[in-house]
Ligand binder design. Structure first.
Ligand SMILES: Cc1ncc(COP(=O)(O)O)c(C=O)c1O
Length: 410
């Protein structure tokens, strides 16, 4: 093994110069904001930019309804609440996700149930979901992780079999395509995040799309205190949070919508190029995207195959960092269910978990619940992918990965 060649051992660095970067917000965002200020009303109920935003979203997704809210977590919460599930029932979701997928489940006094992921797509599968369905299951929240669509035909077939609604968490999945359909348009509702790190952003925000008129009104009500803004006669019908977004943010989000395709196309092109350049390595597995799907690659995560690498994942990442590549180990540090809040069921103070009381049975969250998810997170390496990168940036990332693998593969 010639370890001398690696930058970490004093060899030449693969990449000395900064990677491509750029401004996310510009003249179009400024123009939209100035129009809001000129309108002299910042509340979404002015129906100014919020309406333009929702109209543009509906056009982009060819869907019937759009409701905006203050974050991805907020719109997922509203969508879950809008399903009108009584406390104590179960919602199946992924253990590899942001807690925002589950905040609403917990606040609605529902029980998160975790199904395992496919070790190559890192997504829930119909099979893993089926293994978790009980007579208490009332919803499924799929997460299109990193923008890679779940296998929705099988999942929707299962959902129809059991008459369980599916919410799509599309926080990372703008313009992710599954068999010609955009992620978010397949389940009962699709929920998107506009936080600073996402493909498009307005600082913080989110929106839910649906074709179901009644579901839309309920989502809308749950985003705004159940104030019955459309005067349908159900004011304060339920307890609902205040998850409104201001006109200033809708203005920015509106301008950002026009950028989705360029951003996602570039990211997908870069990620596909990276896959082509590194997939020959037997010591790693590249993220699997089905031929009928298109991932929008919010991040690029490959895995080191256990037993085929002679160093630890941390040493592998350090070697990549020394080559000038800002790689990191894993995605979230551990599956969501291994966070202390879950293992100790400390969702609320005082050792009381109302959802469990309502269910009348005990739930446990412990290691081994989803073995594939646990293995993915301990063997995954994330490298950056950005719409601002050039082909050379991608080639250098690939070269660095190949260089480090040449030394550390067994
Ligand atoms: C998969 C997923 N779901 C939900 C969320 C929550 O979105 P927000 O941060 O806008 O609340 C995020 C954000 O990181 C996410 O990545």
């Amino acid at each position: 093994m010639n370890i001398g060649n690696l930058a970490i051992n004093g060899g030449p660095k693969t990449r000395e110069t900064p990677f491509g970067s750029g401004a996310r917000y510009g003249e179009t965002e400024k123009k939209e904001i100035m129009e809001v200020l000129a309108n002299d009303r910042l509340s979404y109920w002015s129906k100014f930019k919020v309406n333009s935003f929702c109209d543009r979203v509906k056009e982009y997704f060819s869907c019937g309804y759009c409701a905006g809210g203050s974050s991805g977590s907020a719109v997922i919460h509203a969508a879950v609440a809008a399903l009108e599930i009584p406390p104590g029932y179960e919602v199946i979701s992924s253990p590899i996700t942001d807690i925002g997928t589950l905040i609403g489940v917990l606040y609605q006094n529902l029980i998160p149930v975790f199904a395992d992921v496919d070790p190559h797509t890192y997504n829930l599968t119909a099979e893993s979901i089926r293994s978790r369905i009980t007579d208490r299951t009332r919803a499924i929240i799929v997460v299109h992780l990193a923008g890679n669509p779940c296998e929705m035909d099988e999942i929707m077939e299962l959902a129809r079999e059991y008459k369980i609604p599916v919410i799509e968490d599309c926080a990372q999945a703008y313009n992710s395509i599954y068999k010609g359909r955009k992620a978010g348009t397949i389940g009962s509702a699709g929920c998107f995040s506009l936080n600073e790190s996402k493909h498009i952003s307005c600082g913080d925000g989110g929106f839910a799309i649906t074709d179901d008129e009644e579901l839309f009104y309920r989502i809308h009500n749950y985003l705004d205190k159940y104030y019955d803004r459309f005067q349908r006669g159900n004011r304060m019908f339920r307890l609902a949070p205040c998850y409104r977004l201001s006109e200033l943010q809708y203005a920015v989000a509106l301008a950002q919508l026009d950028k989705i395709d360029a951003i996602t196309d570039t990211r997908a092109r870069h990620a596909e190029s990276l896959t082509r350049q590194i997939e020959h390595n037997a010591a790693i597995s590249v993220p699997k995207v089905y031929p009928h799907s298109r991932s929008s690659f919010w991040f690029y995560m490959f895995r080191l195959i256990p037993g085929k690498i002679s160093c630890s994942i941390n040493d592998f990442v350090k070697a990549l960092n020394a080559e000038g590549i800002s790689a990191v180990a894993g995605y979230i540090p551990r599956p969501i269910y291994l966070e202390k809040m879950f293992t100790e069921k400390a969702f609320f103070p005082g050792g009381v978990w109302p959802a469990e009381l309502a269910a009348g049975k005990t739930y446990t969250y412990e290691p081994g619940l989803c073995p594939a998810a646990e293995e993915v997170l301990t063997s995954a390496v994330r490298v950056p992918v950005s719409e601002f990168f050039t082909s050379r940036d991608v080639d250098d990332i690939a070269a660095a990965i190949n260089k480090v693998l040449a030394v550390y593969r067994k």
